[in-house]
Design a protein around this ligand. Structure first.
Ligand SMILES: NC(=O)c1ccc[n+]([C@@H]2O[C@H](COP(=O)([O-])OP(=O)(O)OC[C@H]3O[C@@H](n4cnc5c(N)ncnc54)[C@H](OP(=O)(O)O)[C@@H]3O)[C@@H](O)[C@H]2O)c1
Length: 254
């Protein structure tokens, strides 16, 4: 079984937002095993309390709230690595457009990352050291049906991280973009469509932590899915649209 490098993570302070479930929980658990101090955030009171038994420092947080609670003291120093894995996904159904669900996805997937970054960045700048990891999605690479909210929030995350990386060039602050394909988690449980190359949380933990250890700026997996999507993006827009509709077996609304 794959394990994160203790020599890389030991004594690092890592703030994982979205640590109560799925990809974030897998990362947080493995980071504790590798000797990191993990500050673990999510909304669910019960899930947050349970994280303490896993050796994490629970920090209950709803990223959609205007004012965030005070960051826990006593973690022995500033955050070395921010991993933003909070996520929300609801398919858009045009005839019954749900603006609240739309807003929630933009807030959780995108604006929360910007806010968390604004909290850790000043100290990272002062120390000229740190890593910011944002979990976007392969769905942000190209427009997919029913993803007007989720896909656009994920594309925004990609843009945000790439822009931030440009602004931080010449510093020792790393910005890492993570673009997973389908992973079997509570987020995808409700999907009623075929998810090609569906991976496990263990697959995502290995790809993400291995990629960070290896110095990658962009971590995407599974390659069997993400590389063809990246190639697809190079085609003219009408061909992309035709292929996406064929693959997802959808007809135009028009
Ligand atoms: N699974 C996939 O196939 C897949 C593919 C590509 C990208 N991703 C992305 O990977 C990330 C993790 O997804 P996952 O599959 O692991 O989903 P998940 O199991 O549903 O986990 C989502 C996490 O986000 C937290 N969260 C949701 N709303 C929040 C809020 N308002 N405030 C604070 N935390 C909140 C949840 O905690 P609480 O419920 O306790 O708040 C939970 O810890 C997401 O950004 C997702 O978009 C997933």
């Amino acid at each position: 079984m794959w394990h994160a490098k203790i020599s890389f993570w030991r004594r690092k302070r890592v703030w994982v937002i979205g640590a109560t479930s799925g990809i974030g929980y897998g990362l947080a658990k493995e980071l504790v095993r590798a000797g990191a101090t993990v500050i673990a955030s999510g909304r669910s009171e019960k899930a947050i309390a349970a994280l303490q038994n896993d050796g994490m420092i629970p920090f209950k947080l709803d990223v959609t709230e205007e004012k965030w609670p005070e960051f826990p003291q006593g973690i022995g120093g500033p955050v070395d690595v921010l991993i933003y894995s909070a996520g929300s996904w609801t398919a858009v159904d045009i005839p019954s457009w749900d603006q609240n669900a739309f807003n929630d996805q933009v807030k959780v997937n995108f604006l929360g990352l910007a806010k968390a970054t604004s909290i850790v960045l000043p100290e990272m700048m002062r120390r000229n050291k740190g890593t910011i990891v944002g979990i976007s999605s392969a769905s942000g690479y190209t427009a997919l049906p029913r993803a007007e909210a989720y896909g656009s929030s994920k594309a925004a995350v990609m843009y945000f991280l790439q822009s931030l990386r440009i602004d931080l060039m010449g510093t020792n602050i790393r910005v890492v973009e993570v673009n997973p394909g389908f992973i079997d988690t509570p987020l995808t449980e409700k999907n009623d469509f075929y998810m090609p190359f569906l991976g496990t949380v263990d697959d995502s933990t290995k790809a993400i932590l291995g990629g960070i250890e290896g110095g990658s700026n962009e971590i995407h997996f599974p390659r069997k899915l993400t590389v063809p999507i990246k190639i697809l993006r190079l085609l003219p827009a009408p061909i992309i649209r035709y292929l996406i509709m064929k693959i997802t077996k959808r007809r135009s609304h028009g």
